[in-house]
Write a protein that binds this ligand. Structure first.
Ligand code: SF4
Ligand code: SF4
Length: 379
């Protein structure tokens, strides 16, 4: 059946519980795969721009106005390197904590280079501030991409900062620190796997999150493994899983299994109403100049309003119509449509680029089902 998609004509922003503030576009790192490196279509580049105090006050008021009825609100501080704006973050924390009390939880994204003892004390002085730190598993993999702006390696500094944090504040570390690993290929997994014992001392109680380098199609940097290599990886990961090990293989396997955790419902009709995160928004990204996006994955030209005037329905509608047409062209006969979690932020790519990304999505869903069936057959 070839499906045709049409947009759901409903744009509600009253249920937003998750907000992200882009505190700055500055960063002291220049990671090779950074989506702000200027190599990714539709994304901004690094710049000196900070969120001004005026815009920050507008963003704080926007959160108060839109989330006043919510029982739990989340606010994430994002960059660039968010810790470069510690004073402004502190101002926001005090202001919103006063307003929401214990009903607000904060998260700060950082590259880990500025986690000095002073900054750790400051983080721990707020009982509802968590941090997400990017570190790519081992020196060899991390230092390939994650460099200071002057080209120097960063792994040792980030690792030592985390280790000191864990040793000095073990309780807070375990409760509040999330590690984010970005990997380019399965060869990285092998390297991380080999040096996992050196990585273990900085793992806390939180789940480790793994993300994959986004292919930079314009520059022909694909970061892609062959299907045969992926299959080999799955077999190794399943063996580790069956032995009850917790390592980088099983962490990645869990992530792969999650890809087929929820199956969407595709009705037996040809015309499908297409729901996106613009219909019932649960999250909002506020850029350093006060523009509104559904999340940080959206391209610079996909803003749907600003903090002073709210959501512009016409802009949201325009994106939804464009995405329905796009889905009708490329997804109508896709075999994995019920599992696919690609989203409207893909509109920043061309159709050709999207088709390229889809190949990976199709393979990964096939592999997820393969792993699931192997695990179930063992039980
Ligand atoms: S630390 Fe983050 S924002 Fe900075 S260059 Fe690296 S990926 Fe980009
Ligand atoms: S994999 Fe691609 S073609 Fe298939 S449903 Fe997802 S976005 Fe559409």
């Amino acid at each position: 059946m070839n499906y045709i998609f049409y947009p759901i004509d409903r744009y509600l922003s009253s249920n937003v519980t998750y907000f992200t503030f882009e505190m700055t576009q500055q960063c002291n790192f220049r990671c090779g795969y950074c989506c702000y490196s200027g190599h990714y279509r539709g994304m901004r580049t690094h710049s000196e721009k900070d969120m001004s105090r005026n815009t920050l006050i507008g963003a704080i008021n926007y959160v108060k106005k839109h989330a006043k009825e919510q029982s739990q609100v989340f606010l994430s501080f994002f960059g660039g390197e968010a810790l470069l704006r510690k004073n402004e973050i502190d101002y926001t924390l005090r202001n919103l904590k006063n307003y929401f009390g214990n009903n607000i939880i904060f998260d700060l994204s950082t590259n880990g280079s500025l986690l000095s003892d002073d900054n750790v004390d400051w983080i721990c002085s707020y009982d509802n501030l968590n941090i997400s730190v990017s570190i790519d598993g081992c020196k060899e993999v991390h230092d390939k991409n994650r460099k200071f702006a002057n080209g120097q390696n960063t792994y040792e500094l980030v690792y030592e900062n985390l280790l000191r944090f864990k040793q000095q504040r073990p309780k807070e570390y375990d409760e509040r620190v999330k590690l984010l690993l970005t990997i380019g290929s399965l060869k990285d997994i092998e390297l991380i796997g080999n040096s996992f014992p050196t990585f273990e001392p900085i793992i806390g109680n939180n789940k480790i999150f793994i993300s994959h380098i986004i292919p930079n199609i314009e520059k022909k940097l694909y970061y892609r493994d062959s299907y045969e290599d992926k299959l080999l990886f799955c077999d190794t990961a399943i063996a580790h899983y069956n032995e009850g090990r917790r390592d980088i293989y099983t962490i990645l396997l869990e992530e792969l299994l999650d890809k087929t955790k929820y199956k969407g419902i595709i009705e037996k009709q040809k015309k499908i109403p297409l729901g996106t995160c613009l219909n019932d928004m649960y999250s909002t990204f506020i850029s350093s100049d006060g523009l509104l996006y559904a999340c940080e994955k959206f391209g610079v030209n996909q803003s749907i309003g600003d903090i002073w005037h709210g959501i512009d329905i016409k802009l949201a509608k325009k994106l939804s119509i464009k995405y329905s047409l796009r889905k009708s062209i490329i997804c109508g006969d896709c075999p994995v449509i019920e599992y696919c979690n690609r989203c409207i932020s893909d509109l920043k790519m061309t159709i050709g680029e999207m088709r390229f990304i889809c190949q990976d999505m199709k393979e990964n869903i096939k592999l997820s089902l393969y792993c699931k069936s192997r695990i179930i057959s063992k039980q």
